[in-house]
Design a protein around this ligand. Sequence first.
Ligand code: ATP
Ligand code: MG
Length: 492
Amino acid sequence: MARHGTILVIDDEEIMREILDALLTREGYGVRLAASAQEGLDLARAVPFDAAIVDVMLPGMDGIAALDELKKLDEDLPVVMITAFASVENAIAAMKRGAFDYITKPFKNDEVLVVLRNAIERRRLVDENRALRQNLQAHSHRFGEIIGRSSRIRQVFDLIIQAAPSRTTILINGESGTGKELIARAVHTNSQRSDRPFITVNSGSLPPDLLESNLFGHVKGAFTGAVYPKKGLFELADKGTIFFDEIGNVPLETQSKLLRVIQEREFMRLGGVETIKVDVRIIAATNVDLRREMEEGRFREDLYYRLHVITVQLPALRERKDDIPLLVLHFLDKYGRENNKPGLELAPDALDLMMEYDWPGNVRELENVIERAVVLTSGPRIDMDLVPDHVRRTRAFQLPQFVLPPEGISFKEVITDFEKRLIESTLEAAGGVQKRAAELLRIKPTTLNEMIKRYDIRARRRRAGSTVAADEPATPAPDADEPDPALVRTEK
Ligand SMILES: Nc1ncnc2c1ncn2[C@@H]1O[C@H](COP(=O)(O)OP(=O)(O)OP(=O)(O)O)[C@@H](O)[C@H]1O
Ligand SMILES: [Mg+2]
């Protein structure tokens, strides 16, 4: 049966279908025949094929349109076009749209078989490659330089694997430090463009004129100072990838020129008249909500939709905290090597702190914290004291767990008791300074002061026996009632 694979043949001429059927079957291929594009597409939706042979001239939907549709169903399907000798141009157009090869009529049997063998061989390689990568990904916790095993980051890996091989524009959205540039590079490395340039454009840092002359280049004399002609970044990135960092910062006037490059893959140098064609893959990154920018008129709508073909949404680190231990290990290793300190480890309570922290600066912030600790540590074990203050201070607040006694409890009393204890703890954390305590609780100092008086709170005596700060009530209050431990229990 289908020893060598299954081939879809779409041709409206019965005699051609018969010839190909006989030839391919004899060679050990499985063959399915279709007399129209529509019939062929129905088959392709129902059965997976290893290759397709499609006549360019078909009644109704023509062969080129069929090719487009087949590719939508299966991006890697090798499609061989058959064309009358007179219409080689059509065949070339088809090649540009992703056909694997073409054969002109009348053809020799051998020619068909050789092309088909190559097609199927390529298909096999692509499949193997994909399986290999997916396998790698399932068994390791990294994808190139990108570390992570949380389901959120795995989804990102999958998207890269799927999107990298094509030329599709990709938009990467994520907070600062989530790894946008890292992802952009990974897309490039995993594409066929990997041995061509990857060029980063820092969209926001230049005034519009300079940005445009950087992007598109200029001819001699285009403006004062343009003594020599200059190639722009788009030309330098030809056959490679161009990465627009912070695309939201590109000024509106430059946005329209960008749109043209994305649509037509062509542009003119500043001051020039010649149209320059390039083959570039465009990746853009943003940490702002581009849709909002668009709605508020700061970003062109057409450009927005052009960029939004494939969007990679990078999760904030706090949304994938299960990756923190892995990232810590990775950075310990990286900076351990750099600083000649092998075999470093992080004390468990230091790791606890890092798990509790919110990481507004995401992976970059974590990386900096670990680098600092590695540089400062004198032994192989990194303890809590090397964790920066701001990371420590935000230990997550946890509400006590309430266990109701069977006879019930006075709501008012519990709330009052809770308020008292919260104020006491905060005063303690603020070193007894009421103004600071009020800041921590986000209330007005006068409000706090009133509550302190109302509840007759005094700063808890510290173990060291230090005296109460000057702005505390002078009169010592009777010992505050300890709350019933059956009622209030703080979960640790
Ligand atoms: N998943 C990850 N695994 C390993 N390293 C990471 C990961 N994500 C980010 N990093 C590291 O964190 C740092 C910041 O990453 P990157 O520059 O790609 O972020 P960004 O989103 O472009 O930030 P910004 O918005 O500030 O430009 C880099 O040093 C990068 O190597
Ligand atoms: Mg960046």
